[in-house]
Design a binder for this molecule. Structure first.
Ligand code: SF4
Length: 73
């Protein structure tokens, strides 16, 4: 699944990191970023913790992007 982060919407609540610490990290100002990456979109294996992190984000700063190619691999 491909995840998109929208840093302008992030309120630095820390929830996504609690749900999926291997995917989400924070910049020095507490705003979300991908772990070990400055990309804004990245593909990851679909896991319940990752879906939960996206769904629980209170400000919709995380989105699941339609990524048909990923499923057909
Ligand atoms: S859950 Fe959403 S608002 Fe909270 S830190 Fe993560 S991206 Fe930012």
């Amino acid at each position: 699944m491909k995840i998109k982060i929208i840093p302008e919407k992030c309120i630095a609540c820390g929830l996504c990191h609690l749900e999926a610490a291997d995917v989400f990290d924070y910049s020095d100002d507490g705003i979300v970023k991908f772990y070990n990456s400055n990309q804004l979109e990245k593909s990851f294996p679909e896991t319940s913790s990752l879906i939960s992190a996206v769904k629980k984000c209170p400000s919709s700063a995380l989105q699941i992007v339609d990524d048909k190619n990923f499923n057909s691999r």
